[in-house]
Every structure is written in C-alpha cells, then in structure tokens.
Unconditional design. Structure first.
Length: 353
C-alpha cells in the first residue's frame, strides 16, 4: 500500500538570512516497492550544514546554485525499508549514509548508499565526527595546515562541528591551541572538555572593535606574530583580528566563512584589507573543501573510529527533534545556537533507532 512521505522543498532563494519562508513542506503518496536495483530508505537523522547556505547563492561557487523547486539536498542517516531483487549487500533494517536530502522516505541506488556498522559508533556520527566534518577537520588541518609540535594553532568557530575536532587534532599534533567561540559557556567547553590552551569569546567585541579583538588575541597567543596556523571557519571581523598575529611562514586554512553567509555571498563587502600581513610574514593561504578528500573517507574513519570508541576524541551533537524543524535548525546554525554537530532526528517513536 502507498505510504505518505514528507519533503521540504526549497522554493525561494534567500538574499540574507535563511529561514522557514524559503521552504515549503509537502506531503505526497509514496510507493514503497523498489525497482530491481534500488533501495527504499527512511531517514532517521538529517544533517544541516553551513555549506547549504553557500549552495543557495545566486552565483556559481564550487558548483551551480541549488535548484529551486526540489528537495533540499543534505546528508542523511537512513534505514533500509526495502531492497530490490537484484540488490546485494543490503537488507531491510540496515543503516546507511546517503545524500537523499530533507525527506522522510527516498529511493536511491546502492552505489549512493554506504552501509554503516552500529557497533563501530552511534550511526549519527556518520554525519559528524566520523563523517564530512571530521574528514575536513583532519585533512584540512594536517595537509593544508601542516602543524608541527610546539606551534600555535588558532581556530575560529572552535565549538562547531569542524572546529571542535580541529582543536583536538591540533593538540594531538603537539601544538598550543587557541580557540575562538561565541559565549563563555562555549569557551569553557573548549578549555575543559576539548583541551584548548586558551579560548577567546568574540562576542565581547563589537563590529568596530577589531583592534581590541586583535590586541586580546596577541596577549593570549603570547605576543604579535605568534600564530603559526590559522584554521578559519568564520572570516569577517574575526579574520581581520587574526591576520596581524600571523607568524613567519604561517599557514592560513580557509574552511568556512560563516560570518558572510547571512548576506554578502552574491555581493561581498569590499575587503579584506589586511593581506599585507601575509606579505610581511610570507604566509600562505589555502581554501579547502570536504569533497576534496571524499576518496579518503575510509582512511579517515580507520584512523578516527578507535579514538571515538575509546573516548579520546570528544564529540558533541546538538540534536533537534522533529522533521518539521529542519529549516529552523539550519537557521540556528548562523546564530551560534549549537555546539558540535547539528542534527535533526526524524525517526518516529515506533521506529528502531
């Protein structure tokens, strides 16, 4: 018998902050019978990520803009409901990682699904610490940042899904780590849970106080020209304050610019005006995307999964309950209302999870 499926359709391109008004919740009939080479899956955890707002820009970024009128694209951890007659390696009840987006039920080819092992770690971690955020945190830091023991690593957005892992990976590399986050609770989390040597609350500084912000960073980092690696998830005022602190031969890793995602993607404000510091210190700057390292996902999981199982790698999930909360959960990302990985749990109470 047909089932009922709910989907969030991306309807209107935002000019500023993303919100519920840019989506439409629709409910349609869904035929649960799979084709011969097809899986039917039901979402349990759906991801919300800052990159989604980049994809909603009107201009091309790393790809063409997200089309209007289709299901919002996103990673999901789902459970197999049915498998086609010619499908091997999957069975009903298996958990899989897919890119089926903001919908409760979906069809996908087996090549579009990665089978998950619930005994390895909670399946939700496939969207966080053992997923895309973990992958870019590790390879972005290690291969673009190239940290060395004794160096100072500064991480912006340090309490987020990526930044919180970068802090820990940098500590494992023997570095002194300074994290930037919003609010004293997050700063305390950085120091006491993640092992950061210092933490700075950027909310103490107004939009015209980058000089004060920069002076505070200089004090905490031990003086000017002491930041060897800057792992940037934020941009804007934060980067204005950090760049004067770069050490000789520093490496700047641009992973995100979340301060710009609520506006300015299509018409960026003039700047930056602090690139002379890159010249003076002969620093390098490199952008990194998680997709650059997708083929090396197995390598990363093999490395990080034992740390997750042993508790050596701390990860947090901000779990939002309810499929209907997806747009609100995405909006919350840009107001600092999460710690670690933001997820929406969509499984009904009667579903195994």
């Amino acid at each position: 018998m047909p089932l009922r499926n709910r989907q969030w359709i991306y309807r209107t391109r935002p000019e500023g902050a993303i919100g519920r008004e840019h989506y439409e919740l629709v409910e349609t009939a869904f035929d649960p019978t799979p084709a011969a080479q097809e899986l039917i899956v039901r979402g349990h955890f759906i991801s919300v990520d800052p990159y989604m707002r980049i994809q909603q820009a009107a201009r091309n970024t790393w790809e063409e803009p997200h089309p209007l009128g289709i299901v919002q694209r996103a990673g999901a951890v789902a459970q197999v409901v049915a498998a086609g007659a010619e499908v091997t390696g999957f069975a009903p009840g298996d958990f899989v990682l897919t890119y089926t987006g903001w919908q409760e039920l979906a069809r996908c080819h087996p090549l579009e699904a990665t089978k998950l092992d619930p005994d390895l770690a909670p399946v939700s971690t496939a969207l966080g610490v053992l997923g895309m955020p973990g992958r870019i945190a590790w390879f972005g830091l290690m291969e673009a940042g190239r940290p060395k023991p004794g160096e100072t690593v500064l991480v912006s957005g340090a309490a987020g899904a990526v930044g919180s892992l970068v802090v820990q990976f940098a500590k494992r590399a023997g570095c002194r780590v300074v994290g930037i986050a919003g609010g004293e609770k997050k700063c305390k989390f950085l120091r006491e849970r993640l092992g950061a040597d210092e933490a700075v609350d950027y909310r103490r500084f107004g939009p015209d106080e980058w000089r004060k912000f920069s002076a505070e960073l200089a004090r905490i980092c031990g003086g000017e020209s002491r930041v060897d690696v800057y792992f940037d998830n934020v941009g804007g005022l934060t980067s204005d304050a950090v760049l004067p602190q770069l050490a000789l031969r520093a490496r700047v890793v641009i992973c995100g610019q979340i301060s710009q995602y609520g506006g300015g993607l299509d018409e960026p404000a003039p700047g930056p005006r602090f690139l002379q510091h890159l010249l003076f210190q002969r620093a390098t700057i490199q952008g990194v995307l998680a997709r650059d390292f997708t083929p090396r996902m197995t390598e990363y999981v093999r490395l990080a999964a034992p740390w997750v199982r042993s508790g050596e790698l701390v990860f947090e999930e901000t779990m939002v309950d309810g499929f209907e909360q997806l747009p609100r959960a995405l909006e919350r990302l840009f107001f600092g209302e999460s710690r670690g990985k933001m997820l929406v749990r969509v499984a009904r109470d009667s579903d195994p999870c």
